[in-house]
Design a protein around this ligand. Structure first.
Ligand code: ADP
Length: 639
């Protein structure tokens, strides 16, 4: 008697969740096992192309579906690569990506969360319909065969068995029918035929089943029944078909089946290209990000086929980082079957294909932005961040592809007519920003902050807005890094509203400030000295309207970048600081007070300098360097 082994803990939890029908489309189990069978055949077929000892031709490979109504079993049998005892244990006893399960806890799993889609646990879906699953398998190159049996709850057993041929049989003993669910329907010929058509039509190997036909002839009253072994699928891969023959549903079904994402994609791109490179491509833009998308674990890439045979599961070289969210495949006759990963990297053909693909993704997104703004904004909310990472990480070279696709929130308020409801502000593209720039406006202004509300509170914001200049809101850490890498857009430079040379005042204002600065020169120097090297300069501001102070920065590192860089653990020992200046608003009553103190009480002026500096830090969202001193100074003011 074979020993019963337990499923690994995570697998068990997952099984429970799945069997208890978190996923409602039970019928997908068939697609999952057919797809596994097809992958297994793919592997052996691929071997057979270079290794004659396999002894099988393309036409010999097939997937057979066998129904036994009396025994209530459904068998899917393949003559693919099979599994060794060890593989059987590893592949079916654990879930490959079980570690990722830790991402979601039980309570986070809502009603319709699709576990299968997220974790690729295809085989386990059989337990949604079967009370027991038996797997008989013999690996290519092995003379031993094994039997794996499990009820999906208690664990599984593995023992040696007899099997004449290489390959795998998956035998499902269907659950008993209940009032809610008639599992017996999966033994019905019509049901199986339509499921194969729906989900597995493109599978490149024949899926065969004994099909009963009813023939009515004129000679007899009784219809005649014949049984033939039919091929249920059309076997033409979807990407080889004509666009005109295909519906959105076909494309979406294929996507779900192939890429394990149960949310329909936002859009697809199906192209046939001939010329310097000949290939078919079918690309999808998902509508949501995989759970690990913004982590290091995420692997980008497209499936790569050579004349219909898959040669690589994830070819990273086909996708630039800024489009790493795209899923899909490329099938080209120009690539050799035996090409190695290393050679592929240098393959000229592949480089051309990659360039074309980048272009077509860009075009598709540009089209979406133009024709379906709402859909595009939805897309951008999910994947827009990646564009910015792409620009930053490529030192700006990715900007060519994505600069026109970027979007930011901004201070722009769409005009509303009398009696109309205020329109939501929405996001703006850089092109839109530049189009409506004021005539005298030199720069693209932006401000960094946690949220729009916080940005609008920044001291310098008022003045820029009053000038009628639009301000882009950079609320994501990477925003400023990305535009610094990009440098300009349509030859316009970017400028943070906290930059020291904001350049928005009029000539008269400049004169006025210069005069006051001249008069207050000694006082400003005194204050700078009182701040003991914390600021490069204390000067008069031209950008403040109602606030008394603000900080400005010069040079490569902005105040916002200081915040972001210092929040990264790897920079803990190497603090980065922006070169800051303290700016004073000469028309604020506080300024008159400072002037007075300079003549009457310099000690107090030194304290006020510290207070104002701390206030400016707080306004910027930086922390006060010495909170105790700050609190003491305020108390001193109070009593
Ligand atoms: P996935 O197919 O997403 O990897 P599954 O749970 O469906 O996950 O299958 C786990 C693994 O078991 C497969 O990756 C494959 O290695 C192996 N396997 C499943 N079915 C077969 C089969 N019919 N022939 C050979 N190997 C199989």
């Amino acid at each position: 008697m074979a020993e019963t082994k337990q499923f690994k803990a995570e697998s068990k939890r997952l099984l429970d969740m799945m069997i208890n029908s978190i996923y409602t489309h039970k019928e997908i189990f068939l697609r999952e096992i057919i797809s596994n069978a097809s992958d297994a055949i793919d592997k052996l077929y691929f071997k057979s192309l270079t290794d004659t000892s396999v002894g099988l031709n393309k036409d010999d490979f097939a997937i057979n579906i066998i129904v036994d109504k009396d025994a209530r079993t459904l068998t899917v049998s393949d003559n693919g690569i099979g599994m060794t005892a060890e593989e059987l244990e590893n592949n079916l006893g654990t879930i490959a990506s079980s570690g990722s399960l830790a991402f979601k806890t039980d309570n986070e799993l809502g009603e319709d969360v699709d576990i299968i889609g997220q974790f690729g646990v295809g085989f386990y879906s059989t337990f949604m319909v079967a009370k027991e699953v038996t797997v008989l398998t013999r690996a290519y190159g092995s003379d031993k065969a094994y039997k794996w049996v499990s009820d999906g709850v208690e664990g599984y057993t593995i023992e040696e068995c007899d099997k004449e041929t290489v390959g795998t049989d998956v035998i499902l003993s269907l659950k008993d029918d209940t009032d809610d669910e008639k599992y017996g329907k999966y033994l019905e010929q019509y049901q199986i035929q339509s499921l194969v058509k729906k989900y597995s039509d493109y599978i490149r190997f024949p899926i065969k089943m004994d099909v009963e036909h009813t023939n009515y002839s004129e000679d007899s009253d009784e219809p005649e029944k014949t049984v033939t072994n039919d091929i249920l699928n059309s076997m033409t891969p979807i990407w080889k078909k004509n666009k005109a023959e295909l519906t959105d549903e076909d494309y979406n079904n294929f996507y779900t089946e192939k890429f394990m994402d149960y949310t329909p994609p936002l859009t697809h791109i199906h192209s046939k290209t001939e010329g310097t490179a000949t290939y078919d491509a079918l690309l999808y833009i998902p509508s949501r990000a995989p759970f690990d998308y913004y982590s290091k674990d995420y692997e980008k890439g497209l499936q790569l086929y050579s004349s219909g045979v898959m040669i690589m599961e994830k070819c990273a070289d086909l996708l630039p980082d800024h489009f790493s969210f795209v899923k899909g495949l490329v099938d080209s006759e120009d690539l050799s079957l035996n090409i190695s990963r290393e050679m592929l990297q240098h393959d000229r053909q592949l480089k051309i294909i990659a360039k074309n693909i980048e272009k077509s993704i860009k075009n598709e997104l540009t089209k979406m932005l133009k024709n379906d703004r709402e859909k595009y904004e939805k897309f951008f909310d999910v994947f827009g961040l990646q564009f910015k990472f792409g620009i930053y990480q490529s030192y700006g070279t990715a900007a060519d592809s994505v600069k026109d696709l970027l979007m930011f929130a901004s201070s722009f308020k769409p005009e509303t007519k009398e009696g109309e409801e205020a329109k939501p502000a929405g996001k703006v593209t850089l092109a839109e920003y530049v189009d409506r720039m004021k005539e005298d406006q030199k720069y693209i202004y932006y401000a960094c902050g946690e949220s729009a509300a916080k940005i609008e509170l920044l001291p310098a914001f008022e003045k820029v807005r009053d000038k009628g200049y639009e301000v882009l809101y950079f609320t994501q850490d990477v925003d400023e890094f990305a535009i610094k890498a990009m440098m300009t857009y349509k030859e316009k430079q970017f400028k943070s509203i906290t930059d020291s040379d904001l350049d928005i005042e009029s000539e008269e204002e400049k004169e006025e400030t210069k005069k006051t600065a001249e008069e207050s020169k000694d006082m400003l120097t005194f204050m700078k000295d009182a701040l003991d090297g914390k600021v490069k300069e204390v000067r008069l501001s031209t950008r403040l309207k109602s606030h008394p102070v603000c900080l400005s920065s010069e040079g490569q590192v902005s105040i916002e970048m200081e915040k972001v860089l210092n929040s990264m653990p790897q920079n803990e020992k190497n603090r980065v600081t922006a070169q800051k200046s303290l700016e004073l608003n000469a028309s604020h009553p506080v300024f008159a007070k400072l002037r007075e103190l300079y003549d009457t009480d310099k000690d107090k002026l030194a304290e006020y300098a510290k207070l104002l500096y701390s206030q400016a830090l707080l306004i910027e969202g930086l922390s006060v360097e010495n909170p105790v001193e700050f609190a003491d100074l305020i108390c001193k003011l109070m009593v």
